[in-house]
Design a protein around this ligand. Structure first.
Ligand SMILES: NC(=O)c1ccc[n+]([C@@H]2O[C@H](COP(=O)([O-])OP(=O)(O)OC[C@H]3O[C@@H](n4cnc5c(N)ncnc54)[C@H](O)[C@@H]3O)[C@@H](O)[C@H]2O)c1
Ligand SMILES: O=c1ccn([C@@H]2O[C@H](COP(=O)(O)OP(=O)(O)O[C@H]3OC[C@](O)(CO)[C@H]3O)[C@@H](O)[C@H]2O)c(=O)[nH]1
Length: 469
């Protein structure tokens, strides 16, 4: 639905542009591509190592009206001479490429630092040298821990927002010691932010830096053993979804006391669209993008996801819905955590007039409906167990329509994933309690160990290569 009458926030007509999107095949990239294709006339050069999550936008047999506006280039920005040419062909580059799952920060710190700093260097350089605008994805993790977390536990100052609200132009970046390798990611992101800022100051690079605060929604990460490696540890939304789908207790790391604010991916994508289409208001700025009204402890998140999942799946709650695990046991040595993340919204409000809309309950309902349908269906595909009753229930869901195309693609991928991994661990919504109990993970065999070694060399790549074959 590309309209020629579209105007920016200042009432000027928006000219169609070409965007070089690096990391377009990931969670945020897939939603951004979807939005750009369905609602704007812009062109996208989509760069990634993988394209599973945007396949539904690329397949010519779907004869989309946007087929000539999106082009996928399979490349690794670490080593590809095509990168500069593609940046030159575009008006704007958006860099999303990164290793950004906390389980990797302390276990693969070198890959994490290279991915988030070294690999981003040529992107910044080519944009600067060719006078191309850059929107770079950083993270809320650059703030690290709050000042308040260093106060005595009973200090009344801990309740004062000045000690915990995170402001782009004022808050310090507070990381743990070097042996707490968790901070390898935040530190690399901070340094690339400083480099981009300096390119702006010294060489006139037109840039915008985005600091996402826990954006969540459909297609985030993977379900271990289904469309990702069994030993992989995704971000919390996918970890808890996995537990719910398997009818296992949710694991609360160090008691689930850390606090997060979660924003719905669709709300957050609106903010990115405003940045893309209002360069005069976005250039030179760093933007927090989050929802300060959706704050919960991780324990509360787990409890809410459990309630929502009961509603969307029709399955009863477990007797023991959560269990506590230590961070050392869950993530290994060197893990540390951000205590609390509330974004200050002054700058994004003033520059772009953006506000998040969706409540945590609503976004979880829509996301878990997607997870349940996508992955329960994957299980049914393999075991041919889908009951007509559960099909009817799925067809009736209002939330599904907006994700129908992506869900079908993801569902198919999940089905292939199940076959590839030889696991039947997921609980079908159609299965009886006794059937559920039978469907447990098999113990790792020789093949699993070889798979694990390959996975450890390149966790995301391993599974996805397997799917390609
Ligand atoms: N999702 C969030 O809430 C969140 C929060 C903070 C920061 N971020 C940042 O936003 C960006 C996107 O995050 P996401 O959640 O979509 O992650 P994601 O892992 O789903 O997407 C990243 C994509 O980049 C690709 N990629 C990685 N290295 C590459 C390389 N060398 N060459 C080509 N492609 C490569 C991956 O294949 C993947 O598809 C990241 O920079 C991340 O640090 C996201
Ligand atoms: O099974 C689990 C998994 C995680 N936790 C705890 O949940 C908190 C949030 O974890 P997660 O979503 O994995 O990641 P973070 O919020 O810590 O970090 C991300 O924030 C932004 C980004 O930059 C990119 O998305 C990334 O670094 C945390 O406290 C875990 O310990 C759990 O209890 N159980």
């Amino acid at each position: 639905m590309a309209s020629s009458a579209r105007v920016d926030l200042d009432g000027n007509p928006i000219k169609p542009i070409t965007i070089c999107m690096i990391g377009a095949g990931g969670f945020i990239g897939s939603h951004l591509c979807e939005k750009l294709m369905s609602e704007t006339p812009h062109k996208v050069l989509a760069l990634d190592v993988y394209n599973d999550k945007i396949k539904h936008l690329l397949e010519p047999e779907n004869a989309h009206p946007w087929s000539d506006r999106i082009q996928f280039h399979r490349l690794n920005i670490k080593q590809d001479s095509r990168l500069e040419g593609l940046i030159k062909m575009a008006d704007l580059t958006i860099n999303l490429a990164a290793i950004c799952t906390p389980a990797d920060y302390n276990t693969r710190p070198l890959d994490t630092i290279y991915s988030n700093f070294i690999d981003a260097l040529p992107v910044v350089k080519y944009c600067s040298e060719n006078n191309k605008r850059l929107i770079h994805f950083s993270t809320c993790e650059v703030y690290g821990k709050t000042i308040g977390s260093y106060l005595p536990k009973d200090s009344p100052l801990r309740q004062d927002p000045a000690y915990y609200v995170l402001k782009e132009d004022e808050s310090p970046c507070i990381f743990g010691s070097i042996e707490k390798q968790r901070w390898s990611y935040a530190c690399a992101k901070q340094l690339i932010e400083r480099l981009i800022y300096a390119e702006g100051a010294e060489n006139g690079l037109e840039f915008t830096i985005v600091r996402p605060f826990n954006w969540i929604g459909p297609r985030m990460d993977f379900i271990p053993g289904i469309d990702g490696p069994s030993e992989g540890v995704p971000r919390v939304l996918a970890c808890f979804s996995n537990n719910l789908l398997r009818r296992e207790p949710l694991k609360l790391v160090d008691g689930g006391q850390s606090q997060r604010t979660f924003v719905y991916i669709k709300d957050a994508i609106e903010a990115v669209m405003l940045m893309i289409e209002n360069p005069a208001r976005a250039n030179g700025h760093i933007f927090n993008v989050g929802n300060p009204n959706n704050e919960v402890t991780v324990r509360q998140l787990g409890e809410m996801m459990t309630e929502v999942y009961v509603k969307v799946s029709g399955e009863p709650k477990l007797e023991t819905p959560t269990i506590d695990v230590s961070s050392q046991e869950f993530y290994g040595v060197g893990y540390d955590d951000s205590d609390k993340r509330i974004p200050d919204m002054t700058i994004i409000n003033k520059q772009l007039g953006w506000n998040p809309k969706t409540s945590l309950w609503d976004l979880l309902e829509s996301t878990l409906t997607y997870q349940h349908r996508t992955y329960a269906e994957a299980d049914c595909n393999m075991e041919s167990k889908q009951s007509s009753e559960s099909s009817k229930k799925k067809e009736g869901s209002e939330n599904e329509s907006s994700y129908s195309v992506g869900a079908i693609a993801a569902g198919a991928a999940a089905g292939i994933g199940l076959l590839a991994w030889g696991l039947s661990a997921l609980v079908s919504s159609a299965g009886s309690e006794s059937e559920r109990k039978k469907k447990t993970m098999k113990a790792p065999g020789k093949d699993d160990i070889i798979q694990r070694e390959e996975f450890e060399r390149d966790p995301k790549g391993y599974f996805r290569d397997l799917r390609k074959n």
